[in-house]
Design a protein around this ligand. Structure first.
Ligand code: 6PG
Length: 518
């Protein structure tokens, strides 16, 4: 058993993890490139201890990385958690600490790293018999203290050694009390799963924001009332125990208090906090890459249709460049200049809100389908052998995409005794999933139609609607695309089966037609 853990990175996550592990009784060595971050973390630990007296282990802050590394010498093999920015910062710390690492040491990289970088570091350190584990950590800084959901991937034996430690620290599924952490697979599998978690998160975030916008801007519902609707959705039915809906309800009901604004800069105390929040969501610090972007590129690379996830990401990208958006708005003079009608009477509103709830559910499920299919595809391509049921299990608590009903529906499909031997590559072939998509298709369509009429925004809801349509369409407009391509590029085409009995079968063979004889 480990008595000490080394944490690299004293940002929000690293600080909260230090507190969390100290609460478990471990001594913590903490280092960050910024001395100020270390001091702040140590002060926070002191305050927390004075207030709650929960820390059983000591937290020691280090300004010098060599002193930090030396502090780990007594507990060999050592275990470290990195909570730092992906890419170069992680490489530079790895270099700095390299000489202090000895056989059997384990580094859990808890940042949102690209799985190829993880695999590169794993290879580099393997010669020293040091294990680099790519570990997704989800749940934001509050979960980092109270228990996150974690997806470690890498050397199995190494992960099994630290698993008891992680299980103690992880969030627990309230029903089964099982910890939300498990060995995911070899090499970059853990970071890949966390990347996809964030992709699903983007699809869900976009969907819930669109629902909020419809309620607020078209149904003209005040924040409080929307908060009540979200609260109801989260408490019962298919959207129950969905984290993003639950915090949505709190956001809608939060009024400003002087102590809430952490910058303390004249936010005032009247009204809702939400009114102070601009519509601009950036990706990472420099608005460049990150898990959202990686998920979309992986989906494209591996030929997995993931439109809800992609659209959620692109909405975010467009939102991030606010200056340009305002200039375009000037030129376009559409949407925002048209008054949004207050359409619904109370009676219609009630029925519409039920449609909206079901549309949100369907769109959340579409995000899950797309994300799980991407994991299944990558797992097969990379021979990771990831168990999708395990992914769903560790997403039951602690993380951002927790969705109680969806997890209850999906986990048994993979974990029941009659679970299929062959990995499921297409989630929409699961009966439970297809019947949900079938039952909620009409409500989803109603919502998209109405929102379009009201000039409201439905990028993800409409992407989900089209996804359901084309993922299960029997004759798509691509019939014409194929003809066009054959015309201009002799692309060739398959023909419908000659006897026409089985529309799923095509008569193989490269047919080409000379549409315009030379
Ligand atoms: C989580 C979150 C967390 C966070 C990312 C998103 O699971 O706790 O996904 O990792 O949301 O910081 O960051 P991007 O700005 O890179 O999407």
């Amino acid at each position: 058993t480990y008595k000490r853990i080394g944490i690299v990175g004293a940002g929000n996550m690293g600080t909260m993890m230090s507190l969390g592990f100290a609460e478990q009784g471990l001594d913590v060595s903490l280092w960050d490139i910024s001395n100020e971050n270390v001091s702040q973390a140590i002060n926070m630990a002191k305050e927390a201890q004075e207030k709650e007296k929960l820390l059983k282990g000591k937290i020691e802050g280090f300004r010098d990385i060599h002193d930090f590394a030396n502090s780990m010498k007594g507990d060999k093999p050592a275990v470290y958690i990195f909570s730092i920015t992906h890419g170069k910062p992680a490489d530079s710390v790895m270099e700095k600490i390299w000489d202090y690492l000895t056989e059997g040491d384990i580094i859990l990289d808890g940042g949102n790293e690209h799985y190829r970088n993880t695999e590169r570091r794993q290879k580099a350190l393997a010669s020293e018999n040091v294990h680099w584990v790519g570990m997704g950590v989800s749940g934001g800084y509050q979960s980092a203290r109270r228990g996150p959901s974690m997806s470690p991937g890498g050397n199995k034996e190494a992960i099994e050694k630290v698993l008891p430690l992680l299980e103690k620290f992880a969030a627990k599924d309230p029903k089964s009390e099982k910890p939300c952490v498990a060995y995911i697979g070899p090499r970059g599998a853990g970071h890949f799963v966390k990347m996809v978690h964030n992709g699903i998160e983007n699809g869900m975030l976009s969907t819930i924001s669109e629902a909020w916008s419809i309620m607020h801007k078209s149904l003209r519902m005040p924040y409080d009332e929307i908060g009540e609707v979200f609260k109801k959705w989260d408490s019962t039915g298919e959207l129950r125990d969905t984290y993003l809906v639950q915090i949505g309800s709190e956001i809608c009901r939060t009024r400003k208090t002087p102590s809430g604004d952490k910058k303390g800069e004249g936010a005032g105390t009247a009204g809702f906090v939400l009114d102070d929040v601009l519509d601009k969501v950036v990706q990472d610090d420099d608005n460049s890459e990150g898990t959202g972007y990686w998920t979309v590129s992986e989906a494209a690379l591996r030929h997995v249709a993931a439109p809800t996830i992609a659209t959620g990401h692109f909405l975010r990208v467009a939102s991030g460049n606010r200056d340009q958006r305002l200039r375009v708005a000037e030129n376009l003079k559409i949407l925002d200049n048209i008054p949004v009608p207050q359409e619904a009477t109370q009676n219609i509103k009630k029925a519409f809100l039920e449609d909206l709830r079901r549309a949100v559910y369907a769109s959340f499920l579409c995000s899950f389908c797309q994300g799980l299919e991407l994991i299944a595809r990558a797992s097969k391509d990379e021979s990771w052998d990831i168990d999708l049921g395990t992914c769903i299990r560790i997403w039951r608590a602690g993380c951002i995409i927790q969705a109680g009903h969806i997890a209850d529906m999906l986990e048994p499909v993979f974990h029941s005794d009659n679970a299929q031997e062959q990995p499921i590559m297409n989630i929409k072939l699961i009966d439970e999933v297809s019947s949900v998509l079938h039952e909620n298709f009409q409500p989803l369509k109603n919502v998209v139609l109405k929102a379009m009429e009201w000039d409201n925004y439905v990028p993800s809801l409409s992407a989900s609607l089209e996804y359901v349509k084309y993922a299960g369409g029997t004759m798509l407009p691509t019939q014409f695309m194929e003809a066009e391509m054959d015309y201009f590029g002799a692309h060739s085409y398959d023909r419908p089966h000659a006897n026409g009995e089985d529309p799923g079968k095509t008569e193989k063979g490269a047919h080409h037609y000379e549409w315009k004889p030379a």
